[in-house]
Design a protein around this ligand. Structure first.
Ligand SMILES: [Zn+2]
Length: 155
């Protein structure tokens, strides 16, 4: 299970490559981890795990994403960006070894956990993802500069 930095960077890379609103994809990529709000509840002395755990399922995350998207004027476009972010989150959680038992892809129809969990990740994965994001950022930055330079010369 990658950390939040890796999840958000993968959301950013995906949004940038697909040319979708990057910020919304990043928010979507951490919606499933609303389950971690339970850490605050645990700190306050109560365990709400059974309440929050459905958020870390595709059905629960899509429900939250759908509700959040309703606060935007172009809710369909926002929801699509959230869905892509949520998809990147579950893909990463599915692929990598983590603290969870897997993903409950078929919740609420099945309580079964699905996992590939063959790839071990640690801080090096996060560093690699951040370097990939930096590389992509520099690519877009310099290709934008080239376009501006061409436009100045032609005008
Ligand atoms: Zn997760």
């Amino acid at each position: 299970m990658p950390d939040w930095l890796a999840h958000t960077m993968i959301g950013w890379i995906t949004g940038k490559i697909l040319k979708i609103e990057v910020g919304l994809v990043v928010v979507g990529s951490i919606i499933p981890d609303l389950v971690k709000v339970n850490h605050i509840a645990l700190f306050l002395g109560t365990d709400l795990q059974s309440f929050f755990s459905p958020f870390h399922t595709p059905a629960g995350s899509l429900l939250v994403g759908g509700i959040l998207a309703l606060f935007f004027l172009d809710s369909k476009k926002v929801f699509l960006a959230f869905v892509i972010g949520i998809a990147t989150h579950f893909l990463m959680d599915y692929l990598f070894i983590g603290a969870t038992r897997g993903i409950q892809f078929l919740y609420p129809f099945s309580w079964g956990y699905w996992r590939f969990n063959e790839i071990m990740v640690d801080y090096r994965f996060t560093v690699l993802v951040c370097l990939a994001a930096l590389g992509l950022y520099l690519y877009y930055f310099y290709s934008g500069l080239k376009k501006k330079g061409r436009n100045r010369r032609s005008s």
